[in-house]
Write a protein that binds this ligand. Sequence first.
Ligand code: G3I
Length: 282
Amino acid sequence: MFGQLTPANSMKWDAIEPEQNVFSFTGGDQIVALAEATGKIMRGHNLVWYNQLPNWVTYGSWTPETLTSVIETHVRTEVSHYAGRIYAWDVINEPFNDNGTMRANVFYSTLNTSYIGIALRTAHAADPKAKLYINDYNLEYTGPKIDAMVRLVEDLLAAGVPIHGIGFESHFILGEVSPSQLQTNMERITALGLEVAVTELDVRIELPVTDADLEQQKADYMSVVQTCSAVSGCVGVTVWDYTDKYSWISSTFPGYGAACPWDANLDRKPAYDGIAMGFTEY
Ligand code: G3I
């Protein structure tokens, strides 16, 4: 049923390089082995992100030169380890604020936007066949964030930096999917020659959940999948946790939950049928 896997946590910096130059691939190796044993491709998630960083990165006393070396070592070592086994990497995760400015983090404050090209070039050298992505949320609506992403892609392409895809995370609130805005934004990216993907789809519901909510959720899942199907260059849809049992939503958004296509008992919800309809009825 699934054709591809993404690790939610086990390939992030704190898991892979908890201490400088000490690499731990145990969790990542497990999921890659599972994917290969069951005939699935892998998205690698993620290489450079402000969150789930080990303290030694966040609070290090970096100069531009030393932080460049830290990024290069991390990206080269992780991407080389999995070279040939990862279809696409989220090289840069969530670089923007919602207003389209660059998010202040250790990378940006030390290196300005150059950290993005440094990471992308290093990843490309380590696995030239892997598709390299920048991944972010709230790109699903028109506004300053997608505008900023389009400008960034244009700048990277003009500078000859390897960049192949943009991930639309797609963490929706029930009833707030706008297929027309999503399609417009995806097509702005594909018009630049990149692919796009829905990388972290879920649709959170304010609790308690009603039957009407579940029907709306089915419609929301369907319209996202339909939109991706309608955009040539949208290569896939990933759900962010498939079961409500493990979803990140309730801990991050108290009062919300039930965001996944399977419930906590691993029974299919109407959303499951919405996904299937989105693929078949397009
Ligand atoms: O590993 C520790 C464990 O040792 C400890 O006992 C436990 C107690 O809290 O925490 C465990 O770490 C948790 C980790 O997930 C692994 O389960 C963290 O607290 C928790 O914050 C972390 O949440 C993850 C979150 O990213 C962190 O930002 C979610 O699982 C993960 O689904 C979520 O994924 C992100 C994407 O990477 C980027 N886009 C947004 C998305 C949702 O936040």
